[in-house]
Design a protein around this ligand. Structure first.
Ligand SMILES: *Cc1c(COP(=O)(O)O)cnc(C)c1O
Length: 365
C-alpha cells in the first residue's frame, strides 16, 4: 500500500465541478485582480472566524509583514517569536527591519512556552507573534495577559490553524491582528499562493488594504509607499468554494488524528497532547520518536510518506547562526527538531491507510 504524506488530488476530484465553474467564471469575466469575488471571500472568511475585517493578500508571509508594518513595527523594535516554527514567522520580522527574539517552546504542546516570554521582554519589545503550531492553539489567555501588562501588540500566526479554537473562540480573533496562509497544503488551501490579514480594528484593516495595494486610498491617491501584495481573484474564487467544506474537512482530520492516537497507544511513540478547552485542527500529525533515522528508513521502504517540521529550529538556521546561540539556549526546540516526525495527514486519508502506517511503525519499534 502507498500512503502519500499529503494528497490534494482526491479533494480536487470531490469538488471539481464547483471549482472548475468558479475558475471559468473568472476567465469569462476576465476578472483577475480585485473585484467582487475577492470581497465575497473576504466577507465569508471573516464570518467564518467571527472577526470584523479580512483583507486578502499575496501569501501568508506577506500577511505577517503587512500586519507588522501597519502596527508600526520596524527598525529598533524587538518582536517575540517561537524558536520553533516555519521561517516566515521570524523572516517577516527581519524584513520590516525589526529583530526577532526567539523563545523556546513548551515540551508538551510544541507551541511557544508562555512562561519563558517575560524574561525576553526588554524596553525595545513591541510585539509577540504566537504561532498556533501544527493546528494547536497557543495559550491565548497567557499571551494576552503578558501583552496587556507590557503594552505589546499581538499578531497571531494562524497559517497552520484555520478553524482551531481556544475556549470556544476561533484563533485569529484574540490578537490585534492575525495572519493566515492559503498555501495549497494548508488546511484551507488555494491552488497557488494566497494569504489574509484579519482584525477587529477598522483602522488597521484599512491600512493593510492600502499598504498591500501600493499605498493607495482609491485609484492614484497614494498616501504612502506601499507594495503589491493582492490576492488573485482566481484564488479567491477557489477559496470561496473550499471554505464551504472546511468544517467537514477539519472533522475528518480530527477523526484521523484520533484513530492514530488510538492505534499508536501501545507503542513507544508520543502522540500529540491535547490541553483542555481547545480545538486542535491537525494541520500536521506529529509524533515523537527516538530513533528517527531508522523509523524514516522503514517508512520509506513501506511506501509511507512523512516529513520533518522542522529539521532545524529557527535559531540554528544559517540566517541566524551569527547570533551565536547554542542548544543550551533553546534546549526544547533543539531536542524536538531531532525527534519529531510528521505522519501522513489529510481529510481523505482512509482508516485502512492509517492502520497500515501504525502497523508499519509497530514492526519497526
Ligand atoms: C505556511 C506558513 C506561513 C507562511 O505562509 P506562506 O503562504 O507560505 O507565505 C507562516 N507561518 C507558518 C507557521 C506557516 O506554516
Amino acid at each position: 500500500m502507498n500512503v502519500p504524506f499529503v494528497d490534494l488530488k482526491d479533494q480536487y476530484q470531490l469538488i471539481k465541478e464547483e471549482v472548475d465553474k468558479a475558475i471559468s467564471s473568472c476567465l469569462e469575466n476576465t476578472s483577475f485582480v480585485g473585484g467582487e469575488i475577492i470581497q465575497k471571500f473576504e466577507t465569508e472568511f471573516a464570518t467564518f472566524l467571527n472577526v470584523k475585517h479580512c483583507v486578502g493578500c499575496g501569501n501568508g508571509t506577506d500577511a505577517i509583514e503587512l500586519a507588522l508594518q501597519v502596527a508600526n513595527i520596524g527598525k529598533g523594535d524587538e518582536v517575540i517569536v517561537p524558536a520553533y516554527s516555519w521561517i516566515s514567522t521570524s523572516e517577516a520580522v527581519s524584513t520590516v527591519g525589526a529583530k526577532p527574539v526567539f523563545v523556546d517552546i513548551n515540551p508538551q504542546y510544541y507551541t511557544i512556552d508562555v512562561s519563558k516570554i517575560e524574561e525576553k521582554i526588554t524596553p525595545l519589545t513591541k510585539a509577540i507573534i504566537p504561532v498556533h503550531f501544527y493546528g494547536l492553539p497557543v495559550d491565548m489567555d497567557g499571551i494576552m495577559q503578558l501583552a496587556n501588562k507590557h503594552n505589546l501588540i499581538v499578531i497571531e500566526d494562524c497559517a497552520q490553524a484555520h478553524g482551531a479554537e481556544y475556549k470556544g473562540k476561533k484563533v485569529g480573533t484574540f490578537g490585534d491582528l492575525a495572519c493566515f496562509s492559503f498555501y495549497p497544503g494548508k488546511n484551507l488551501g488555494a491552488y497557488g499562493d494566497a494569504g489574509a490579514v484579519v482584525t477587529n480594528n477598522k483602522d488597521l484593516a484599512e491600512k493593510v488594504r492600502m499598504v498591500a495595494n501600493h499605498g493607495q486610498n482609491g485609484k492614484h491617491n497614494h498616501i504612502v509607499e506601499g507594495r503589491n501584495s493582492r490576492m488573485d481573484t482566481l484564488q479567491a474564487a477557489i477559496l470561496s468554494v473550499k471554505l464551504r467544506y472546511l468544517d467537514k474537512w477539519t472533522d475528518q482530520r480530527i477523526k484521523n488524528a484520533n484513530l492514530y492516537i488510538e492505534k499508536l497507544k501501545d507503542i513507544e511513540v508520543i502522540t500529540p497532547k491535547l490541553p483542555e478547552n481547545i480545538k486542535h485542527v491537525f494541520h500536521l500529525f506529529v509524533i515523537q520518536v527516538n530513533d528517527r533515522d531508522n523509523v524514516m528508513k522503514a517508512l520509506k521502504e513501506k511506501g509511507i510518506g512523512f516529513a520533518l517540521h522542522y529539521p532545524v529550529a529557527l535559531p540554528f538556521l544559517k540566517p541566524y547562526i551569527h547570533l551565536g546561540f547554542t542548544a543550551n539556549d533553546y534546549p526544547v526546540s533543539h531536542a524536538f527538531s531531532q525527534k519529531l516526525l510528521s505522519l501522513p495527514m489529510y481529510p481523505e486519508l482512509s482508516e485502512k491507510q492509517i492502520e497500515y502506517v501504525c502497523e508499519s511503525l509497530k514492526v519497526e519499534l
